[in-house]
Ligand binder design. Structure first.
Ligand SMILES: Nc1ncnc2c1ncn2[C@@H]1O[C@H](COP(=O)(O)OP(=O)(O)OP(=O)(O)O)[C@@H](O)[C@H]1O
Ligand SMILES: O=P(O)(O)OC[C@H]1O[C@H](OP(=O)(O)OP(=O)(O)O)[C@H](O)[C@@H]1O
Length: 293
């Protein structure tokens, strides 16, 4: 058996999602320096990571395969892990493709934000999540399984729905109002619990997690560089929300200091104002590709 043979012990079988999550996950891997080479119409790209083999599958199937153990590692929505009721290890929440799983109905069904009457019918693709919500809320409801286009069921074919929503446009277009939130979901990296018991697989999975996290962390930060006169240095450094300590280098001819720090992107507008106020000049902001702690 060669070291490139997927049947070898310690090889990680990775599942990548087909469909709406595909683009974000592919970009994430690309930004982490992981290359995938596709053949025409093939669902088995070659991955540039040593000791990994990969396959493209629908996320609902990825959840099942991670549960059975035929795949070790895979990206899927947290909603389908909850819906299938399986015990997987969540390694990374990428925050990509965020959705809310909500209960929604037309205004005629609602009374003060609650179902108007007992014995109602809920249309949903999420049967298990819906049943446990009914039980938790003490609602007397029955479930009809939908296979897409769930929003069109009410009022004739169901009283309300449980479905995912991203922008809310589909609910609005069908005249439905959200009256409860059951959970939030996003694209996450899951592992089969047993795969983490294998030391060789575990080490490879941990390295994969580190690469993915390095990109997600880098996306949240920018590199900020600023020149500061010597007597303003401490005042500027004090307000920098950097990861550890900023890098400080003296400028030529004792002209002050260059200060460099990776700061949260969302802090930038306020930070630039505060730095200018404290005497910082020549501010340069640039992107970061990866951050490995
Ligand atoms: N805007 C969105 N609408 C629906 N699902 C979304 C959205 N954004 C993220 N998701 C997530 O995508 C996953 C389903 O992905 P999938 O590619 O199977 O979508 P799908 O539209 O149901 O596919 P298909 O049309 O082939 O049934 C779920 O985990 C869901 O939460
Ligand atoms: O809040 P929004 O941005 O409108 O997105 C949510 C809608 O998009 C998806 O439907 P999809 O297009 O996949 O069709 P489907 O209902 O057949 O799954 C999902 O099932 C919702 O219906």
């Amino acid at each position: 058996m060669s070291s490139a043979d997927p049947a070898r012990n310690g090889f990680v079988h990775l599942a990548l999602p087909k469909g709406r999550m595909e683009e974000g996950v592919m970009r994430l891997l690309g930004d982490a320096g992981i290359r995938l080479t596709f053949d025409r119409r093939g669902y088995r790209p070659t991955i540039s990571l040593d000791g990994f083999e990969t396959k493209i599958l629908k996320p609902q199937n990825i959840v099942e395969m991670l549960h059975m153990g035929s795949r070790d590692l895979g990206f899927a929505g947290a909603d389908w892990v909850a819906e299938k009721g399986v015990d997987l290890v969540e390694l990374v929440d990428t925050g990509l493709d965020p959705v809310r799983i909500v209960a929604a109905a037309g205004p005629e069904f609602l009374d003060g934000g609650r179902p108007r009457h007992a014995g109602f019918l809920v249309a949903t693709e999420y049967e298990r999540i819906t049943r446990s919500w009914l039980e938790q809320r003490g609602y007397d409801g029955r479930v009809v399984r939908s296979y897409g286009a769930t929003e069109v069921f009410p009022p004739e074919d169901a009283d309300c729905i449980v479905d995912n929503t991203a922008t809310g446009a589909t609910l609005k277009a069908n005249g439905l109002l959200i009256f409860d939130e059951l959970m939030r979901s996003s694209t996450r990296l899951f592992a089969c619990p047993r795969s983490l018991d294998d030391p060789e697989k575990r080490a490879r999975i941990e390295h994969f997690v580190l690469l993915v996290r390095s990109v997600l962390d880098a996306r949240k930060r920018v590199m900020l560089e600023v020149n500061v006169p010597g007597d303003r240095l401490e005042a500027v450094v004090a307000i920098l929300p950097c990861m550890r300590e900023p890098t400080i280098a003296p400028l030529h001819h004792d002209a002050g200091f260059a200060v460099k720090a990776a700061v949260p992107r969302t802090d930038l507008p306020e930070l630039i104002r505060a730095i200018k106020e404290r005497g910082g000049t020549d501010i340069v902001v640039s992107g970061i590709a990866q951050i490995v702690p």
